[in-house]
Design a protein around this ligand. Structure first.
Ligand SMILES: NC(=O)c1ccc[n+]([C@@H]2O[C@H](COP(=O)([O-])OP(=O)(O)OC[C@H]3O[C@@H](n4cnc5c(N)ncnc54)[C@H](OP(=O)(O)O)[C@@H]3O)[C@@H](O)[C@H]2O)c1
Length: 271
């Protein structure tokens, strides 16, 4: 391994998305980051948008998580050639393919292909990456930290009143997948905790993307107002408010935190 490959490194999936950009910039201050996403152009833009100093710490890899074998092969190869100590499973296809923002995604019409696609990239791919990450570390007797990005919708259903008069909403494929991801989090914590692999999740509340174009961006002011009004603190979140939980869970300060789901939701799930 070269000197840079020996540096402690964290793999972040969904690195080019709304959360991913903030995650990568924050983590590049402490670790080498390997940023994964489907689009090479967006990965290049992600690297360019960081300072020159941070860019040194950011490597990128194109990876479509719906191809499970290719994702497994990539993770295995990355584990062999880098000192990877952390894995952040953050990617999710928040678009029409999984039932978002299309009338077809409604409960009475969503098709099983949409649910399968959500489950594949959002739960099976994290399992595959976790297997390669954990197996490689355990072979070396090394410790590791996994952070899965879940959602408030793993534990509560969307409120239909939020979506009155809209044809866009959060489909059932999403919460089903996130509930599975939270279960996976606890299972990994249970079986691999004694081997030094910690696995936790962050369950963000409402963090509507109002900053850049994506399939899931929104500028629907009445909807944003409804989201805010429903939350305990009458606010929606910003990705910068997730960085504290993320860096804590990846750090040794969280040595005794394992199998935890940290809710960062302004209180959404308390009622
Ligand atoms: N935003 C919210 O309100 C919110 C709330 C709770 C939880 N979350 C969770 O937080 C995470 C990030 O959300 P976000 O708002 O940042 O989403 P986003 O802006 O839509 O970004 C999604 C990211 O995932 C990648 N991705 C999607 N499908 C992929 C696939 N098949 N293979 C590889 N990469 C894929 C995208 O890369 P490409 O563009 O290259 O395809 C992109 O980098 C997700 O797990 C989401 O469920 C979000």
């Amino acid at each position: 391994m070269s000197l840079s490959e020996q540096q402690p490194c964290v793999v972040v999936t969904g690195a080019t998305g709304y959360f991913g950009g903030y995650f990568v910039s924050a983590l590049a201050k402490h670790y080498r980051v390997i940023a994964l996403a489907r689009s090479a152009d967006k990965l290049a833009a992600l690297k360019a948008q960081n300072s020159e100093a941070a860019q040194i710490n950011i490597d990128t890899q194109v990876c479509d998580l719906s191809d499970l074998q290719a994702s497994r092969d990539l993770m295995r190869q990355l584990m062999q050639t880098n000192n990877i100590i952390g894995l952040v499973n953050n990617a999710f296809p928040l678009g029409k393919a999984t039932g978002f923002n299309t009338p077809e995604g409604a409960l009475n019409s969503i098709n099983t292909d949409m649910v399968s696609q959500a489950f594949c990239a959002g739960a099976l791919a994290p399992l595959v990456l976790i297997q390669e990450f954990g197996n490689a570390l355990m072979q070396r007797g090394a410790a590791g930290k996994i952070v899965n990005i879940s959602s408030m919708y793993a534990s509560v259903s969307p409120d239909p009143a939020l979506y009155e008069g809209k044809t866009t909403f959060n489909p059932v494929s999403y919460g089903m997948t996130k509930a599975a991801l939270e279960y996976l989090t606890k299972y990994v914590a249970s079986f691999w905790g004694a081997k030094g692999i910690r696995c936790n999740a962050i369950a963000p509340g409402p963090f509507p993307n109002t900053e850049f174009e994506s399939e899931n961006a929104t500028r629907d002011e009445p909807f944003l107002a409804r989201l805010k009004a429903k939350n305990c603190n009458h606010q929606v979140g910003h990705p910068s408010q997730l960085i504290g939980a993320l860096t804590l869970l990846l750090s040794d300060d969280a040595e005794f935190i394992n199998g935890e789901i940290i809710r960062v939701d302004g209180g959404w799930t308390v009622r």
